[in-house]
Design a protein around this ligand. Structure first.
Ligand code: CO
Length: 133
């Protein structure tokens, strides 16, 4: 069911500064930048193998990432797993009794379809299922 790690999402307070830090530290260039209004974030992606590192800025304090930054500070926010059939994956997790953030898949960045699974059922880590277009 889990095909690959799609991305690791990292919450940051100053996106441009963090992007610059990654460029200088690792000699990598961003491959994608996108604002996802309905998720309240702006993201920048760096490709690492078949996966991405995703730097996330909150569009405001009253957003999921804004509240995370307020509560926990900068750091790893979620892990995205690539799946081939997101509906089947959601059904399975629901049947396993895991609390879902998203009962239905919804649009993510890069034209993907995504759904979040609550950290309470998975060792405190917010999980995002990602199906590529
Ligand atoms: Co994500």
């Amino acid at each position: 069911m889990l095909e690959d790690i799609d991305h690791v999402g990292i919450a940051v307070s100053d996106l441009d500064a963090s992007v610059e830090r990654y460029r200088k530290a690792f000699g990598v260039e961003p491959v994608h930048r996108e604002t996802v209004e309905h998720q309240g974030v702006e993201e920048v992606l760096f490709k690492v193998g078949t996966s991405y590192v995703q730097l996330l800025r909150a569009l405001g304090p009253d957003t999921p990432v804004g509240r995370f930054l307020e509560r926990r500070g900068e750091g790893v926010h979620h892990v995205g797993y690539r799946v081939t059939d997101i509906r089947a994956a959601l059904t399975r997790l629901r049947d396993e009794g895991l609390p879902l953030v998203d009962e239905e898949p919804r649009p993510g960045s890069r034209g993907t379809t995504v759904a979040f699974v609550h950290p309470i059922g998975l060792d405190g880590v917010l999980i995002e299922l990602v199906q590529e277009p």
